[in-house]
Design a protein around this ligand. Structure first.
Ligand SMILES: C[S@@+](CC[C@H](N)C(=O)[O-])C[C@H]1O[C@@H](n2cnc3c(N)ncnc32)[C@H](O)[C@@H]1O
Length: 541
C-alpha cells in the first residue's frame, strides 16, 4: 500500500433537530461538534479498526433519530451500538465521507472503504437468514407482473415468492453486497398523480374544494383496477383481494384490544375514513359515467385506503415535489427493523429511475427487506397489518405529562437540552443497559422531568444521593401510573390462539407485547424502589 494521508471532516450539522442533545452526547465522549481525523497509511488492520471505531463514535451520534436520542447512551450495547438502523446509517455516512478521489485499490481510502464494508456485513438482522418459501403457491400473477416490468425497463435482482409469515416477498437471486442496486424502476412504470391529471376525472375533481392529489389517486385507482385496457393491468391483477390491516379488524379483535392505546388509534382512523367517504361520495354522484357507483362502495374505498397505506411510497421527483406513488415489484418488499434497503425515495436524475440499493449485504436466497420507516408496532398493525419480528425499538408508550419549563435553567446548555423535551415516553426496559441506581433501565429525560416535578433540579449525582426521598417519590409515582395501565390491560387472554380469526390472533399478540413492556417497566420501578430504600436505610460509605 502506498504512503498517503486521508483527512476526514466529521461535523454535526447545526440544522440537526437534536443539535443540543447530540452535542452533549458527543461531549460526553470527549468529542466536539467538528472533528478532523487525519490518517496516515499504510495502516495495520488493528490501527484501521481502531480508526473506524473512533469514526463510528461520532457517526452513531450524528445519525441518532428522535427515539434513540431520547433513550440515549443507556440504550447502547457494551460495544456502543444503539440499534441496527443507527449502525447501518452511521457506517453508510462514514463511507460517504471517504474521499472518492482515489478509487484505486491499495490506497488508504480503499482500505478504509473495505473496513467499512466488512463492518456493514457484520451487522446482522433479527430475521431468519433463509426465507421459508411456500412452493405450493405458484406466483403466476407475480411472474406476469415482473415480466411486464422487465419489458418496460425494470431491472431486478429479486424474485417474488410466497414466504411463510409474510405473504409475498422478494428474495435475492444473487449475492448483493453493500451498494448493489437490488431493483431499479423507470419513472414510466411508477403509478403517480400524473395519471389522474391525464384522465377524465381530473376536471371534475379539481373543482372540489380541499381535494388533495392523494384522494384523486385513490379515486382513480378504484376505477382503474377494473379497467381491462389499463397500462397497469398486470400490477392491479397482482394485488390482494383484501388487505388484513387493523382498519379491517372485526368486533372481536377490537374487544381484545380493550385497555390499549391501539384501540383508540384504530377506532379514530376508521372514523376519519368513514367521515371522508361520507363527504366525498355525494360529490361524485352527479358524474355516474365517470365514477360508476358500484366501484365506489365503502368496501372498495376501504380496500383502496388499505392499499395506499400499506403499499404506497413517497417519492421525490426531479421537480422537487414529493408524490405518493404505487411502485410495481417494490410493493412486494416486506419491512424489517433490520432492513437491507434504507435509502430510496428519490428519482435518479441521470437515469430517470428509482433505485433501491442495499445498505447491507443480502445473500442469494435471503429475503430482501425494506425499511418502511421508524414505526411503532401499533402503527404497523393499524396501517400495514403486521407485527415486526423481534424487538421493535420504536414500541414506545407515550406519557401524557405537562411540560414544565423553568426560565432559570436556560443559561445552562445541558439543562436547556434536558428540559426541551416536550413529550416523554417509555419502552421495554430490557432495551436499556443501565439498571443501576438513578437509571433503573428507565429513560433519563423522563426521570429528570419527574425529579423537577418533585421539586429537584439536580446538577450532579451527589444532588441525587442527597435527595433520595425525591427519588423514591418519582419511582412510586411512575409505578402507580403503570400499575393502573397493567390493570387496564387485564390478565393474559385464555383463548386458544390456533383457533381464532387472523385479526383476533394479531390483537392478542399485540396485547401480549404491551403487557411485556408494561411489566418490564413495573419490574424496573420495583427494583429501583428497593435500591433507593436500601440506600436510605444503609447509606453507602
Ligand atoms: C408493501 S406490501 C409487501 C408485500 C406483501 N407481503 C404482499 O404479499 O403483497 C406490505 C404488506 O406486507 C406485509 N408485511 C410487510 N412486512 C411484513 C413483516 N415484517 N411481517 C409480516 N408481514 C409483513 C403486510 O401485510 C403489509 O401490509
Amino acid at each position: 500500500m502506498s504512503e498517503t494521508t486521508v483527512e476526514l471532516c466529521l461535523e454535526l450539522s447545526e440544522d440537526d433537530p437534536f443539535y443540543q442533545h447530540k452535542k452533549k452526547l458527543l461531549s460526553s465522549k470527549g468529542l466536539g461538534v467538528k472533528e478532523t481525523m487525519s490518517l496516515s497509511g499504510p495502516l495495520s488492520q488493528e490501527l484501521l479498526n481502531a480508526a473506524l471505531e473512533k469514526l463510528l463514535q461520532f457517526g452513531r451520534i450524528v445519525n441518532l433519530d428522535k427515539v434513540e436520542v431520547y433513550f440515549g447512551d443507556d440504550a447502547c450495547t457494551p460495544a456502543g451500538v444503539y440499534s441496527v438502523r443507527n449502525e447501518i446509517s452511521a457506517l453508510t455516512w462514514i463511507f460517504s465521507l471517504i474521499p472518492a478521489s482515489s478509487c484505486k485499490p491499495q490506497t488508504l481510502e480503499a482500505a478504509l472503504r473495505e473496513a467499512v464494508e466488512v463492518r456493514i456485513g457484520e451487522v446482522v438482522g433479527a430475521e431468519e437468514k433463509e426465507a421459508r418459501v411456500d412452493d405450493s403457491y405458484r406466483c403466476e400473477k407475480e411472474i406476469i407482473l415482473v415480466e411486464w416490468c422487465q419489458r418496460n425497463g425494470v431491472k431486478t435482482k429479486l424474485q417474488i415468492a410466497q414466504i411463510d409469515g409474510y405473504g409475498r416477498g422478494a428474495i435475492a437471486t444473487e449475492d448483493l453486497k453493500f451498494g448493489d442496486v437490488a431493483l431499479e424502476i423507470p419513472i414510466s412504470s411508477i403509478i403517480s398523480e400524473e395519471h389522474v391529471y391525464n384522465s377524465d376525472m381530473h376536471q371534475i375533481l379539481e373543482k372540489i374544494d380541499g381535494m388533495t392529489s392523494e384522494t384523486m389517486m385513490l379515486l382513480w385507482t378504484m376505477r382503474e383496477k377494473h379497467n381491462h385496457e389499463s397500462k397497469f393491468k398486470p400490477y392491479f391483477d397482482s394485488l390482494q383481494e383484501s388487505f388484513c390491516t387493523g382498519l379491517s379488524f372485526g368486533v372481536d379483535a377490537i374487544m381484545v384490544l380493550d385497555g390499549t392505546l391501539l384501540l383508540d388509534e384504530i377506532m379514530q382512523s376508521k372514523e376519519v375514513l368513514r367521515e371522508r367517504y361520507n363527504e366525498l361520495i355525494p360529490l361524485l354522484s352527479n358524474h355516474k359515467n365517470v365514477f360508476p357507483p358500484e366501484m365506489y362502495t365503502w368496501e372498495h374505498y376501504l380496500w383502496a385506503c388499505e392499499l395506499y397505506y400499506s403499499n404506497s411510497i413517497q417519492i421525490k421527483f426531479p421537480d422537487g415535489k414529493l408524490k405518493t406513488c404505487l411502485i410495481p415489484v417494490a410493493g412486494f418488499l416486506n419491512h424489517s427493523t433490520c432492513p437491507h434497503i434504507v435509502k430510496y425515495g428519490k428519482v435518479d436524475l441521470e437515469t430517470s429511475s428509482l433505485k433501491f440499493p442495499v445498505s447491507r449485504p443480502c445473500n442469494r436466497g435471503e429475503q430482501c427487506y425494506l425499511s418502511y420507516g421508524n414505526y411503532s408496532s401499533s402503527h404497523l398493525l393499524t396501517f400495514y397489518g403486521f407485527l415486526p419480528k423481534g424487538d421493535n425499538p420504536y414500541d414506545i408508550i407515550p406519557l401524557d405529562v405537562d411540560v414544565i419549563h423553568d426560565d432559570d435553567d436556560d443559561d445552562d446548555e445541558d439543562m436547556e437540552s434536558e428540559s426541551s423535551w416536550t413529550t416523554h415516553m417509555l419502552r421495554g426496559t430490557w432495551l436499556s443497559s443501565n439498571h443501576n441506581i438513578f437509571h433503573y433501565g428507565l429513560p433519563t429525560p423522563l426521570l429528570n422531568y419527574l425529579r423537577r416535578a418533585h421539586g429537584l433540579v439536580h446538577h450532579s449525582e451527589t444532588d441525587l444521593w442527597e435527595n433520595l426521598e425525591v427519588e423514591m417519590g418519582v419511582l412510586e409515582n411512575l409505578k402507580s401510573t403503570f400499575d393502573d395501565m397493567m390493570q387496564n390491560l387485564g390478565d393474559a387472554d385464555s383463548m386458544d390462539r390456533e383457533n381464532v380469526e387472523w385479526d383476533v390472533e394479531m390483537a392478542m399478540e399485540f396485547k401480549e407485547r404491551q403487557r411485556k413492556i408494561v411489566s418490564s417497566i413495573l419490574d424496573s420501578c420495583s427494583a429501583g424502589i428497593k435500591m433507593v430504600q436500601e440506600a436510605i436505610t444503609k447509606p453507602p460509605v
